[in-house]
Design a protein around this ligand. Structure first.
Ligand SMILES: NC(=O)c1ccc[n+]([C@@H]2O[C@H](COP(=O)([O-])OP(=O)(O)OC[C@H]3O[C@@H](n4cnc5c(N)ncnc54)[C@H](O)[C@@H]3O)[C@@H](O)[C@H]2O)c1
Length: 347
């Protein structure tokens, strides 16, 4: 597969660590509107073709698929252009800034018949996949209650760089730069983590969002720091279970941690994921009486990157596809409405 990378920032480096290890993948081009970032990236990965705009790359056209790693608000126009050129697209999350745009991208991809996938990275977490299998196999009985959290600390810690000076963080703090804050950024990950693990969909939502003042006048240069930093949400699932889901960028001591607890009528499961470290624990069968939790061994699973490459080779649409991400975007949009109206919404 001849692949191009559109957007050569922080996440693109992470993606290439994966794509370049997959047999049959040739990264043949890179696109970025920032010439310095483009040159540094293409030099590091030995990519010959370099373009300052996607239009130039499409005019050249000698590629099968693109990975779209641009900022959130750029996904919509660039993905539509790639689809119109008949290219398969692996798009970063969130698919778009709102449901309307996400749906337009979904319908365009489906009409064109191109392979479309969204990088909900935590599908790569083997314990999550095993937890879902156990739920589907009825090992904990009907799911009744779900707790999920996504904690980051980059507003407190400089471990990932300084949000006060680096554009990669500043655009994430500004609605004018297309960000829906922590809700849009990692909310989509944790909603997917919770609903996929519990093997049911979210059908009602009520959320509270908070934006804390972080700079004099709430502004740094061109960036108004008005996007939410923390959210807390209650949800109903289609199977009748109740859930609480929350996320924050202020969670000191947690660089990047996802946690999911699923309680069924006969047992409980807990999935924990931190960078480079994941675990599944269960309290099932007789252990429910003594409240003993045991680690459950899990086998590795293929990554989204590997599954996208396979989908392009076989022509079979992978999961999570654009339609799934658009449906999650609908929940995120409604969460923002509930914050304004202070009233639960049906998805
Ligand atoms: N799946 C995950 O776990 C995960 C993790 C981090 C980031 N992301 C997503 O990846 C995307 C990129 O995030 P990032 O942290 O790498 O951002 P970034 O700001 O570091 O990089 C984005 C790059 O896109 C370039 N760009 C902007 N407009 C462009 C255009 N029109 N054409 C070509 N290039 C353009 C920028 O110059 C920049 O180099 C975001 O949508 C983000 O939500 C996903």
């Amino acid at each position: 597969m001849r692949l191009i990378i559109v957007g050569t920032g922080v996440m693109a480096k992470n993606q290439l660590d994966h794509f370049t290890r997959i047999d049959g993948v040739e990264v043949v081009g890179a696109v970025d509107s920032d010439a310095n970032r483009l040159a540094a990236f293409a030099d590091k990965w030995g990519i010959e073709k370099r373009f300052l705009s996607l239009d130039e790359a499409i005019a050249w056209g000698d590629f099968d698929a693109a990975s779209n790693v641009t900022p959130d608000r750029v996904h919509h126009p660039t993905t539509l252009a790639l689809i119109a050129a008949g290219k398969h697209v692996f798009c970063e999350k969130p698919l778009a800034e709102n449901y309307e745009k996400a749906l337009e991208m979904t319908e365009a991809a489906e009409r064109a018949g191109v392979i479309n996938m969204v990088n909900l990275t935590y599908r790569n977490v083997a314990p999550l996949q095993r937890a879902r299998q156990m739920v589907l196999a009825g090992e904990i009985g009907t799911v009744k209650h779900v707790e999920a959290s996504y904690l980051q600390s980059w507003l407190v810690s400089k471990a990932w760089g300084d949000w006060r000076t680096e554009s990669t963080w500043l655009w994430r703090l500004s609605t004018g730069h297309g960000s829906n804050g922590v809700l849009g950024d990692v909310g989509i990950h944790i909603l997917d983590f919770a609903a996929y693990g519990a093997a049911t969909d979210i059908d009602h939502v009520f959320a509270r969002l908070k934006t804390f003042n972080k700079a004099p006048g709430g502004q740094i240069g061109e960036y108004m720091l008005d996007a939410n930093d923390s959210f807390a949400m209650s949800v109903d699932f289609a199977n009748g279970a109740l859930g609480v889901i929350h996320a924050s960028r202020w969670a000191t001591g947690h660089l990047n941690e996802l946690k999911l607890r699923i309680y069924g009528e006969r047992g409980g499961l807990e999935v924990m994921h931190r960078t480079g470290e994941s675990e599944l624990r269960g309290c099932v069968g007789d252990d429910a009486e003594s409240a003993v939790w045991k680690t459950i061994e899990v086998a590795p699973v293929p990554t989204n990157y590997e599954r996208f490459v396979e989908a392009v080779a076989t022509g079979v649409q992978p999961d999570p596809n654009f339609r799934h991400a658009a449906n999650l975007q609908k929940v995120l949009d409604l969460a923002m409405v509930t914050e304004r109206e202070r009233k639960e919404s049906k998805v």
